[in-house]
Design a protein around this ligand. Sequence first.
Ligand SMILES: Cc1cc2nc3c(=O)[nH]c(=O)nc-3n(C[C@H](O)[C@H](O)[C@H](O)COP(=O)(O)O)c2cc1C
Length: 395
Amino acid sequence: MAKITLGVCSSVSLYKACEIIRGFQKEKFQVQVILTKNASRLISPLLFSALSGQKALVDPFDEEYSDEIPHVDLAKETSLLLVAPATANMIGKFASGVADDFLSTFYTASNCPVLIAPSMNEAMYLHRQTQENIQKLRAMGVRFVEPEKGYLACKDIGWGRLAAPEKIVEEGLRLIKKSESLKGKTVLVTAGPTREFLDPVRFLTNRSSGKMGYELAEEALRRGAEVILISGPTHIFPPPEAKLKKVRTAQEMEKEVVAHFGQADVVIMAAAISDFRFAETSSQKIKKEKLEKKIDVVPTEDVLQKLSSKKGAKIIVGFAAETEDVVNNALKKMKKKSLDLIVANNVLDEGIGFESDFNQVSLIFPDGKTIHTEKKSKLEISQIILDRVEDIVGG
Ligand SMILES: Cc1cc2nc3c(=O)[nH]c(=O)nc-3n(C[C@H](O)[C@H](O)[C@H](O)COP(=O)(O)O)c2cc1C
């Protein structure tokens, strides 16, 4: 039976966690409760042990667990970590990596989807620090069930009331389903720029930061896919679960893509591979006085073009960074390379695309159907792209 770990913090609304447990049990999930020490001062853990049929966990240093490391063992078995109600304190701990109790330690040890349902007084919820912590967690892929406006335990009326238990259960179930939506599929993602060397110290490159590709890799992992990430030089910490291949030049990128293409069900080419390289690369640093006035460049191999004949049933997604006539140029690229989807953006737009955490894109399909997104975080854009990929996978 799949297991949900339910974190319960010290908010008066914690009595609603009982209904949440029932909601998951009806769907045949086992629920393991972790109660914070402060929550156990508001209510007895025994109530949650009785309801869930599993001893509610409070203290990781309990002598009872002397022959195991409970937060690590539990993390391996959990399909979803739900925190409901979540206090401002716990959201802050998650956002800053503090791991000083059972629940926050469990969070840092777990790899499953995380859903947080905040519950607090309006002033606490709207406090800049709380909002900043929420934004930080969202950017890491943590999902939230927004609190509602209503009558609060402090007798105020305002934002901060825990969302309805049915809504929390529904969102939790949706997330668990989503975490398996690409299970059994291998997704190959390319990311970042390439470097085309003139000599050992000088190279030609572009403004790609790799953020879009890395978000796509993370999101594909969250949906249960095996991920091969072929990355040009970036400063981003790669997801440890991805099979990472680091490359520098367009030629190295091509070699790795060709080598892994056969294993992939979905290929997402988010890397900005240089279109040309220097005709000659010197093995020694070229002296200033010996530098030619004109340096010849030659085109690099078009990897997508090369692979389009071997496409078979694979789904191939391309990216088009354009500066003019974005949609038409992208359509031409799509037809030439037999793509299933092309993601186009205008890189002249301020505040999106290269080096930014945000993007605003047009998703173009072979029949010319086009979806224009708003300006969104690259995480959200990656979710939109993978939703469409799943539609194509599902026919
Ligand atoms: C009766 C009572 C109710 C509380 N309700 C909330 C609440 O709804 N939301 C919140 O963020 N903090 C609430 N607090 C404050 C937290 O309990 C406090 O920040 C605590 O340190 C959080 O500990 P925990 O996150 O480990 O449970 C409440 C405190 C008390 C005494």
